[in-house]
Design a protein around this ligand. Structure first.
Ligand code: HEM
Length: 217
């Protein structure tokens, strides 16, 4: 995978990120109408923001495959629940490449196209790895998987509190008051929500430790 090309061209995409995701979904629904019903109950403008958030996280962490594996396997499991099948990944990939090309008219060389194809394939392979868990054949048995995007948002909030010197316990309590975790508590109960909050705070404190290490060195 050519990280340099990906990061360089993604910088251009980010300059028009809102337009990019909006054109991308328009293209997807025009070119692949069969996937439209998967998004029947979806607020598309929210979905556009989520997709861009995940792309930013993916592109910034391409050097750290073990972090991405975890994130994308979970995202893949969620997609299994949404009814997304292997063929859909192929359709979405075609649309993604076309949309990228239209936003990078001067930069779109064979090398750039290959770099994005490789990146998309890596992302999909990791998502499918998470989705192929044979232990869960029915939707009911699939355990609740919290939203990846909301978890990333919560991690950023937790990191900020930790940087301001708040204690781990206080950060957990603050997160429990956040709208997403309040909703989650209604769905899966206090104990399960607390487990997810603890996980978020643990990740945030690890990131914070790494941040401090980099600052010192
Ligand atoms: C590179 C591949 C993909 C990425 C990075 C991606 C990313 C995302 C993200 C970040 C979310 C929000 C999940 C959350 O809340 O945590 C999402 C939801 C969703 N995605 Fe994907 N996705 C991909 C492929 C696909 C494909 C191939 C389809 C089907 C055509 C699809 C259909 C959906 C649906 C139906 C939702 C749920 C929307 C809702 O909340 O109502 N995705 N996707």
């Amino acid at each position: 995978m050519n990280l340099e090309i990906l990061q360089e061209t993604f910088t251009t995409i980010r300059l028009n990120s809102e337009q990019f995701v909006s054109v991308f979904y328009d293209n997807l629904f025009t070119e692949c109408p069969e996937v439209k019903n998967l998004f029947a109950g979806t607020d598309i403008s929210k979905q556009e923001r989520k997709l861009m958030t995940v792309f930013v996280v993916i592109i910034s962490n391409l050097h750290d495959i073990s972090y991405l594996r975890n994130l994308l396997k979970n995202l893949g499991k969620r997609h299994l629940k949404y009814g997304v099948i292997r063929k859909h990944y192929h359709l979405l990939g075609e649309t993604m490449l076309k949309t990228l090309e239209s936003f990078l008219p001067e930069k779109w060389t064979a090398e750039v196209e290959q770099a994005w194809k490789d990146a998309y394939q890596t992302i999909v392979n990791l998502m499918l790895e998470g989705a192929k868990d044979d232990n869960f054949s029915s939707d009911d048995r699939l355990p609740y998987i919290p939203s990846i995007v909301e978890k990333l948002r919560a991690e950023a909030i937790a990191q900020k509190y930790l940087r301001d010197g708040r204690s781990i316990n206080l950060v957990k309590h603050r997160l429990l008051e956040d709208y997403y975790f309040k909703e989650l508590e209604q769905k899966i109960g206090r104990a399960e929500t607390m487990k997810i909050v603890s996980d978020v705070v643990k990740k945030a404190s690890q990131k914070e430790l790494n941040y401090n290490k980099v600052k010192i060195s």
